[in-house]
Ligand binder design. Structure first.
Ligand code: BTN
Length: 329
């Protein structure tokens, strides 16, 4: 039995006996135990309840391409180049990169788990099986890199639109595109990360691979491992994780509609929405980037997606790339 098959057998959240699992898979109970340990090591909190067997603390839905497709508005489903769900990949974005020219516009790849999930600035993106969403989308553009200013910020707005469609409130954007749960009763921290990678001709046909990691269900151990405050949809939704296939469908629908909007109107169509969710505006900031370390106050973003920072002398700096933290008194 493969680890993801075992996870699927436990997906109901009901206890399943080790003996039953072994019988079903035609392996020994020791082999099942080894798989359970493997899943635990990757962050899945499988409980052992003696004779009753193994159990997840809550039900989960394994990703299913047909169910995701069925959840898409008809027009949008037709616009997709491909919609693939994989068990395990190194990275959904790397998978689309390997496809190169063979991948159609608006191809979507999801995976239950990634063994080498990539975050921004060379960081690792933890990708435990079955709990969260790891999705990449290939979008082709004709107008060269100049037409793509603000794309990565626009994706942040698109993820927030999807959350709104799911009925999840209480999230905002930290420049450039971290989706954060705002401090409140439910908790605070990073809810989604976005990695946009470009290829192609500077002034000709080019492509963006847009990778989104959305936390649906974290455990305390995974939150600790993330190395930064993190939050999940389950927490924001009062403890019950939304169905992952529905989350994927709503996210893909928002992504396709949003990318078509970006293609026609550029970041200008997203500036107002970004401003409404900008968690850095008016905040005291510390920036670490090409200009060294300096401090200022967040003053919004410009039409290219650069961060505006007001300095002590009243002047405003445009920042295209930097690590930004909010200074706390
Ligand atoms: C960040 O550091 O905030 C960006 C994280 C992006 C993670 C996603 S998960 C799907 C896609 N595949 C990857 O390897 N990375 C992105």
């Amino acid at each position: 039995m493969q680890p993801l098959q075992l996870l699927a057998s436990l997906a109901s959240g009901q206890p399943v006996s080790g003996a039953g699992l072994a019988l079903q898979a035609g392996v020994t109970r020791a082999a099942i135990w080894k798989q359970v340990e493997g899943l635990r090591a990757r962050g899945v909190p499988i409980e052992a309840h003696g004779a009753a067997g193994y159990q997840l603390p809550w039900p989960l839905q394994m990703l299913d391409a047909e169910r995701i497709r069925a959840g898409l508005p008809a027009g949008l489903a037709r616009a997709l180049g491909a919609l693939e769900v994989h068990g395990e990949l190194d990275s959904t974005s790397s998978e689309l990169q390997r496809r190169g020219a063979a991948a159609g516009d608006l191809s979507i790849v999801l995976a239950e788990t990634q063994t080498a999930g990539r975050g921004r600035r060379g960081r690792v993106w933890l990708s435990p099986p079955g709990l969260n969403l790891y999705l990449s989308c290939l979008k082709r553009f004709d107008g060269g890199f100049a037409a793509l200013g603000g794309l990565s910020l626009a994706i942040g707005v698109i993820v927030l639109r999807a959350l709104k469609d799911l009925g999840v409130a209480g999230a905002g954007l930290k420049w450039p595109n971290d989706v954060l749960a705002m401090p409140g009763e439910a908790g605070a921290g990073k809810l989604a990360g976005i990695l946009v990678e470009l290829s192609g001709e500077y002034q000709g046909p080019c492509a963006a691979i847009i990778g989104i990691g959305l936390n649906v269900r974290l455990t305390p151990a995974l939150t600790l491992q993330a190395g930064q405050p993190a939050c999940d949809l389950a927490t924001l939704a009062g403890g019950v994780a939304p169905d992952r296939n529905r989350v994927a469908a709503v996210l893909i629908a928002a992504l396709v509609a949003g990318l078509q909007q970006f293609e026609r109107h550029g970041f200008a169509a997203f500036v107002a929405d970004y401003a409404q969710s900008d968690l850095l505006r008016g905040q005291p900031l510390r920036l670490n980037g090409a200009l060294g370390v300096f401090e200022g106050v967040g003053a919004g973003v410009d039409e290219r997606g650069a961060l505006l920072v007001r300095l002590d002398d009243g002047s405003v700096r445009r920042i295209d790339s930097a690590d930004v933290t909010v200074r706390h008194a």
